[in-house]
Design a protein around this ligand. Structure first.
Ligand SMILES: OC[C@H]1NNC[C@@H](O)[C@@H]1O
Length: 444
């Protein structure tokens, strides 16, 4: 058994579109996800975020629930369509919600960690090209300037983007997420504009915020294993690692895109998307890196004619998402970051958790043993990293409560708190009680 020190932050995470609801309240305009949900066949049973967990109205109860659990930090995202419902049109009512939420958190000694962009791009921006249009960097700059000026005095920890891999490759190449395009060249351009927007936000942040405020980015990273020791499978694993991890880590921390991926993507990229000064903007010094970890990948040589790397099914324990439970890769990813990219830069696990088939038992409780075991194994790997000299500052469990799981709608439950969507009633799962005990003892 070993202890997490007193400064380590035990948190939980959510995101605006997944929990808030109030999709058209107080001036909020449509986002690309409101649009995507309304397209046939895109989201499980046509679910959408119109109401979600109604966090917009129930946030005080949710903050009290966090307080009662001893939660020390809450990672949430701000909905850009609340702040700028139209191009150039600022909506003070939108900011007011986040001031109320932040005020409630601070009153309860819970540190706010804010994700500036967690995928709900305003539809007006997408109508003008969205992340495909380099002008989005300026629209993002206007958005973040308003956030820093209005909330910078209360919020000390800022995350520019959540998982740019999802906002680019999952959304513009694989097509599973909004806006649902399937064009690798577009996805490459989008990934670059996302990173430029990230860099723009850091520049503005450095101009506006005091030094005791911190800014970083959150990347979803995995560890890639070759299915066999064959040269073909090893080569496929290298490409898959470039596609998922190095394409973002290298420009941010090394100031250059990985050459192998640049060569591969170069065949598809629509335009010569990198201009002078871009990489300097993208690779500015950060105060921390957020890591979202869920599972590893095992790949073999594929024949899709593009990446030629195909993930294989592994005969091992899986979550309800079909993701292999592989805690060791959390440690391995953190050690790789420490040794190759971030060195002594503070790291946060900004998301880790699992979906399981949760049901309310006759006793009125949700006995989610598998989630308790999942979290226990992963917290142990996090502690192992700290014991081996890693500068891990905190851990945000995904998620505080069951919520809208994107293309899966409400069919996947990641929360440590169960949500009855008919009544919006919250029920603490056993994992919430386990977490409460971990936080109070600080011992894993
Ligand atoms: O799939 C689980 C989570 N992964 N990271 C981003 C979040 O928005 C997802 O719900």
């Amino acid at each position: 058994m070993s202890d997490f020190n007193k400064d380590f932050l035990f948190g939980v995470a959510t995101a605006s579109y997944q929990v808030e609801g109030a999709y058209n309240e107080d001036g909020r305009s449509m986002s690309i996800w409101d649009t995507f949900c309304r397209q046939d066949g895109k989201v499980y049973k046509g679910h959408n975020g119109d109401v979600a967990c109604d966090h917009y109205h129930l946030y005080k109860d949710d903050v009290k629930m966090m307080k009662d659990l001893g939660i020390e930090a809450y990672r949430f995202s701000i909905a850009w369509p609340r702040i700028f419902p139209e191009k150039g049109h600022y909506n003070p009512k939108g900011i007011d919600f986040y001031k109320r939420l932040t005020d409630e958190l601070l009153k309860n000694d819970i540190k706010p960690f804010v994700t500036i962009y967690h995928w709900d791009l305003p539809q007006w921006a997408d109508d003008l090209g969205g992340w495909l249009n380099r002008e989005v960097v300026d629209w993002f700059g206007e958005y973040v300037s308003k956030l820093f000026n209005e909330l910078g005095g209360y919020i000390r920890n800022w995350i520019t983007l959540n998982e740019p891999w999802c906002s680019s490759f999952l959304s513009y190449f694989i097509g599973e997420h909004a806006p649902g395009h399937k064009d690798l060249g577009e996805a490459v351009l989008v990934s670059h504009n996302l990173l430029l927007a990230h860099g723009k936000a850091v520049e503005i942040f450095r101009d506006i915020n005091s030094s005791d405020s911190k800014i970083g980015i959150t990347l979803n990273l995995n560890e890639v294993f070759p299915a066999t020791d064959s040269p073909e499978d090893k080569a496929a694993a290298r490409i898959a690692d470039g596609f998922q991890n190095r394409w973002f880590l290298d420009p941010i921390f090394k100031g250059e895109y990985p050459k192998d991926m640049l060569e591969l993507f170069g065949k598809y990229a629509k335009t010569d998307f990198i201009t002078d000064g871009d990489l300097k903007r993208i690779s500015q010094k950060l105060d921390f890196l957020g890591v979202n970890y869920y599972t590893r990948a095992v790949v073999k040589k594929g024949n899709d004619g593009i990446l030629n790397a195909e993930q294989i099914d592994v005969d091992n324990e899986k979550t309800e998402m079909g993701w292999e439970v592989y805690p060791e890769s959390l440690y391995n990813i953190l050690m790789r970051l420490k040794n190759e990219y971030t060195f002594d830069l503070p790291l946060y696990i900004t998301e880790n958790g699992a979906a399981y088939k949760d049901v309310v038992s006759d006793d009125g409780h949700v006995h989610d043993e598998k989630r308790v075991e999942f979290l226990k194994k992963h917290f142990k790997q996090a502690k192992r990293f700290i014991d081996d000299g890693g500068n891990l500052r905190g851990y945000f469990v995904w998620s505080l409560m069951d919520n809208f799981e994107w293309a899966h709608g409400y069919s996947k439950r990641f929360g440590i708190v169960y949500v009855d969507y008919e009544t919006e009633k919250r029920i603490l799962k056993d994992s919430a009680l386990w977490y409460k005990n971990l936080i109070s003892t600080r011992t894993i």
